[in-house]
Design a protein around this ligand. Structure first.
Ligand SMILES: [Zn+2]
Length: 655
């Protein structure tokens, strides 16, 4: 199935210790064996988010989220499982083999086909742009915009011709099918005969890359006054505009402590050409949550935003600032400064650089305002009558208290209050208290929102867990669990048996708690290692099977590895990680390995006795309807079972 190999995942989990992974986002304090901090996944004022370094896991007792370092990255960065492994691999220097990027090979194949199409398209656009005849109008436009040959080549800018040759014909010749072409997002079916046609005819073409430099979409700029001025590929199987920033593939290579964020990709290109290679651009829409997260992941010290000077741009600015501040409030471990730059005279960065040069523009970047200063200025400007210069004090108070409540720390808030107080004819303390009240109201609202969202998520999650399809993702299951009939086409609704007795859970927990000691034959015989057959429910059997697959007698990341699977399943209708964590914590309390081994063996005997009891009951029922030869066979089996049960009881006695 092409999964990332187990030993690579182990390596990632060993190097990317949970404490340092979480510490990048959350400020943690040690208390006992665990570390505690404010949960980054829900709003809270007292820490209920814990990290257990020895088990390699995190758990929030407020919202219930938990797992290992990979799960944490998946959750906080909105990445898929393989993406999260890759992300950690890059941070902690573990090389992840290219094979098996995705568990779903059909989907992966379709994605690769689309990426190949986009690559072919980029080549074609580039060739057309540089063709002496075909590309002339595009080249004329580019030179009018002041784009140098070097810049054009660097960004792979091309041209989609108005007439022949058609990209469609070229791709068809290379063997791509119509539906693959439509999947790529750069073709549209014609209304006449459904035949795909080039979406971008007559436009200057900008390849849009992901952070790693793969082409995932295109933007097309009209050469004249045609509408729309900018046309972008729609979202596709390889592209979701909400999750990408233009030029991030170049900006991330800069390793700059600062990231500059602009609204349009023409601005980004102009800034790169002027030497600001740490610039990225949004992709046609206002900033999204995941774009801001992407920014904070790639900016070490500060993010400088440029917003358009028009009304829409200024509205977008407030929205983005609020989102960014909310995000930073939750991530107490991230300390990024937010600054807002203003281009003089309401110009675009592109225009300004062209008229005033790169040196002058450096000043604009340097003069970017700290977020609190920007908001102070905004509140004053927005509420001052441009004719009379009179400040509307009521509205100013509203705005300033609202903006103050967005601040991530008290110093910023107090600074804002200090500047606003004289304008309001109030004391700094009074303004500050009002800001704090706003913050409390806002926090409560946020908390309620979070709680509702979490409850919904939780319900969906429990429904998703234990669906039969989950089992299909497991690494080399020797004997896959047979669940339900094969006919069902909606696996989400197929339920597996997730029941487990208290003794079964405890037994499994002691095995997990013993870890490497389980393979120490001084205390525990080889035949006394748990087997899937010892357990009655599908889920716990499957978990034990996975445990035995991973367990090699010295695996340090055993619990972290298992928590991956726990997080997808339920036991007795409860999240499996909750059930197992509680049981393992209890087992851990028993510090002495000898005593722990004895407890384990006693539980094993009890559980195995229960298996025999169930088997005996089944045989008794069979015996009732059996003929005499069958009866004697059954009796023989029952005698053997009875002997075995006796030996188990003796064993318990010896402990
Ligand atoms: Zn939480």
């Amino acid at each position: 199935m092409g999964l990332i190999p187990d030993n690579v995942i182990d390596e990632v989990l060993t190097r990317a210790d949970i404490e340092s992974v979480v510490n990048r986002y959350v400020l943690l304090k040690r208390q006992g064996t665990n570390l505690w901090g404010l949960c980054p996944f829900h709003s809270e004022k007292t820490a209920s988010f814990s990290v257990n370094p020895s088990k390699g896991i995190y758990k929030c007792f407020g919202c219930g989220k938990g797992g290992n370092a990979i799960n944490f990255i998946m959750e906080i960065e909105h990445l898929s499982y393989p993406e999260a492994i890759r992300h950690l691999g890059a941070l902690y220097g573990v090389e992840i083999p290219e094979t098996g990027y995705s568990g779903d090979s059909v989907q992966k194949e379709a994605k690769n086909r689309v990426k190949d199409i986009l690559k072919e398209a980029a080549k074609f656009y580039y060739k057309s742009f540089n063709d002496p005849e075909i590309g002339r109008p595009a080249r004329e436009y580019a030179s009018k915009r002041g784009l140098s040959k070097q810049t054009l080549d660097h960004f792979g800018i091309g041209y989609c011709p108005m007439g022949r040759p058609f990209l469609y014909d070229i791709l068809k010749e290379k063997g791509y099918k119509d539906d693959e072409l439509l999947n790529s997002g750069i073709f549209k079916p014609s209304l006449k005969n459904n035949k795909p046609y080039d979406l971008f005819r007559g436009r200057l073409m900008f390849p849009i890359f992901d952070s790693f430099g793969t082409i995932i979409a295109f933007g097309g700029r009209a050469l004249g006054d045609e509408k729309p001025k900018y046309l972008n590929s729609p979202d596709s199987i390889v592209y979701n505009k909400q999750n990408h920033l233009y030029a991030m593939n170049f900006a991330r290579k800069e390793q700059s402590t600062q990231l500059i964020v602009v609204e349009g990709y023409m601005d980004a290109i102009a800034m790169h050409a002027a030497g600001f290679k740490n610039t990225v651009a949004a992709l046609g829409t206002s900033f999204t949550d995941s774009q801001l997260k992407l920014c904070s992941r790639h900016a070490k010290d500060e993010i400088i935003f440029f917003f358009d000077a028009d009304n829409a741009g200024q509205k977008a600015a407030l929205r983005a600032i609020k989102m960014m501040m909310d995000y930073l409030k939750k991530l107490t471990g991230i300390n990024i400064r937010i600054r807002i730059a203003k281009v003089p005279d309401g110009k675009d960065p592109d225009e300004y650089i062209k008229t005033n040069g790169a040196e002058k523009f450096k000043e604009v970047v340097r003069n970017a305002l700290y977020v609190e200063d920007y908001l102070l200025e905004r509140a004053k400007e927005d509420n001052t009558d441009p004719e009379t210069g009179v400040l509307d004090r009521g509205r100013y108070q509203e705005d300033i208290c609202k903006y103050g409540s967005w601040m991530t720390d008290e110093i910023k808030m107090s600074r804002m209050a200090g500047v606003a107080a004289p304008l309001l004819g109030a004391t700094q303390q009074a303004v500050m208290s009002q800001m704090q009240r706003y913050q409390q109201i806002e926090d409560k609202k946020q908390e309620q929102q979070d709680t509702r969202a979490l409850e919904r998520e939780r319900r969906e999650e429990i429904g998703r867990r234990n669906s039969a399809s989950e089992f299909e993702d497991y690494p080399d299951p020797e004997e896959p669990v047979e669940v339900g009939e094969q006919s069902s086409k909606v696996p989400e609704f197929r339920k597996v048996n997730d029941s487990a007795t208290k003794e079964e859970i405890d037994l499994f927990a002691y095995a997990l708690s013993l870890g490497s000691a389980l393979s120490d034959t001084k205390n525990i015989d080889k035949t006394d290692i748990i087997r899937p057959d010892d357990f009655s429910g599908d889920t716990i059997r499957e978990l034990v099977r996975i445990f035995l697959n991973i367990f090699d007698g010295r695996n340090e990341t055993l619990f972290a590895r298992m928590s991956d699977y726990f997080s997808r399943l339920t036991i007795n209708g409860m999240p499996a990680e909750d059930v197992m964590l509680k049981a393992v914590d209890a087992a851990d309390k028993c510090g002495n390995v000898k005593i722990k081994s004895d407890m384990y063996l006693a539980l094993l005997c009890k559980v195995r006795t229960a298996v025999i009891n169930r088997e005996e009951e089944r045989l008794m029922n069979m015996r009732a309807n059996a003929d005499s030869s069958e009866k004697s066979k059954i009796d023989e089996v029952m005698r053997r079972l009875s002997d075995y049960k006796l030996s188990l009881q003796n064993k318990i006695g010896e402990l």
